[in-house]
Design a protein around this ligand. Structure first.
Ligand code: UFG
Length: 324
């Protein structure tokens, strides 16, 4: 298959790129490198450009004619989205509108979209099924939900075939630690804990100890990035085989609290490090755990690395040997 990955030089994109290449697919990455890293992909496969530059994008789509586009390119920081909502709607929502328009104009009609558990806001049930109420509590989640609705409408009226994958908490790094998570600034729990273990940071803060959970800290469904990458590969096969447009949660259906993650990191790294307890961060739900039955049944996805210690071990190896 021929695939085009927007944002393919970013964290989840680069792991998906590696997997697809290893499976023998032809893959091109379209990334403006605002958050992606050129080092994460082969130079010959990288085209530097923005999803809003429809001229460049159309030329690429017309000449390369990918079977499937996987659209990772987006802003992801919830905290920034609250301060700069227009940037999120412009990049995430308008950007995807521009991409789908360019695709359909060029006769490319299969898209896999990076969505998020943030579309559920503060969920009323756990584990969360795809049919649960969508009620985002920040512009990031809204920008992604708007795209989901846009894609559904385009699938009905414009011939688009899509799958949207709602990620839970992506974490970990490739087994050989050659690629991994590198956000700037980093806000995610596991890399921040590990930067504390390596001494790069002085302490890790627990954001809130009064959640209605057994130990009072928030619970998340951490999924190894290579398992998430495989979900994209299966989604591409599914669309190529004529699968119907659909939305899937992707997580392990198991949750760990912030304290549990910190304890696991202390065990894996063999390091003790200072832990502080602070106020809740705005907009953090108590518990986010996926019901992933649908992606298992429909795409045949199965977790391989559903082991918190493996996730932390690979992320730690990456932190200690970071190439970018
Ligand atoms: N946390 C801390 N201390 C920190 C960082 C995080 O206690 O220094 C806590 C958070 O409050 C949260 C948990 O650790 O309870 C996980 O936080 P992350 O920032 O790693 O991840 P989030 O669950 O907030 O966000 C992730 C993705 C978002 C997505 C969201 C919804 O990064 O893009 O899941 O599923 F929107």
């Amino acid at each position: 298959m021929k695939l085009l990955l927007t944002g393919g030089a970013g964290y989840i994109g680069s792991h998906t790129y590696r997997l697809l290449k290893a499976q023998g697919h032809t893959v091109k990455v379209y990334d403006n490198l605002s958050n992606g890293h050129a080092e994460a992909v082969e130079t010959d496969d990288l085209i530097v450009g923005s999803i809003q530059h429809t001229g460049t994008l159309k030329t690429l789509l017309e000449t390369y004619k990918p079977d499937v586009v996987i659209h990772f390119a987006a802003f992801i920081e919830v905290g920034v989205s609250v301060k700069k909502p227009f940037e999120f709607f412009a990049n995430n929502t308008e950007g995807t509108l521009a991409l789908t328009k360019a695709m359909l104009d060029c006769g490319v009609n299969k898209l896999i979209f990076s969505s998020t558990a943030a579309v559920y806001g503060y969920p009323e049930t756990t584990p969360i099924r795809e049919t649960a109420k969508k009620s985002p509590v920040n512009p990031y989640g809204t920008s992604k939900l708007m795209v989901e609705e846009l894609l559904e409408s385009l699938s009905q009226w414009a011939g688009l075939k899509y799958t949207a994958i709602r990620y839970f908490n992506a974490a970990g790094a490739s087994e050989d630690a050659s690629i991994g998570e590198a956000h700037n600034p980093e806000t995610h729990l596991i890399p921040l804990i590990l930067k504390t273990a390596t001494g790069e940071r002085k302490s890790i803060s627990i954001f809130g100890t009064d959640f209605p959970t057994p130990d009072g800290t928030a619970i998340r469904d951490y999924i190894h990035v290579d398992d998430l990458a495989r979900a994209h590969m299966l989604a591409a096969d599914y669309l190529a085989d004529g699968g119907k447009s659909d939305v899937f949660n992707c997580g392990y259906s198991e949750g760990y609290s912030v304290r549990e993650v910190i304890e696991a990191a202390k065990k894996v790294t063999g390091k003790d490090f200072p832990v502080e307890e602070t106020e809740r961060r705005d907009g953090d739900p108590a518990i986010l755990i996926a019901d992933s039955s649908k992606i298992k049944q429909t795409l045949g996805w199965q977790p391989v690395h559903n082991d918190l210690e493996y996730i932390i071990k690979t992320a730690y190896k990456w932190e200690q040997n970071r190439k970018y």
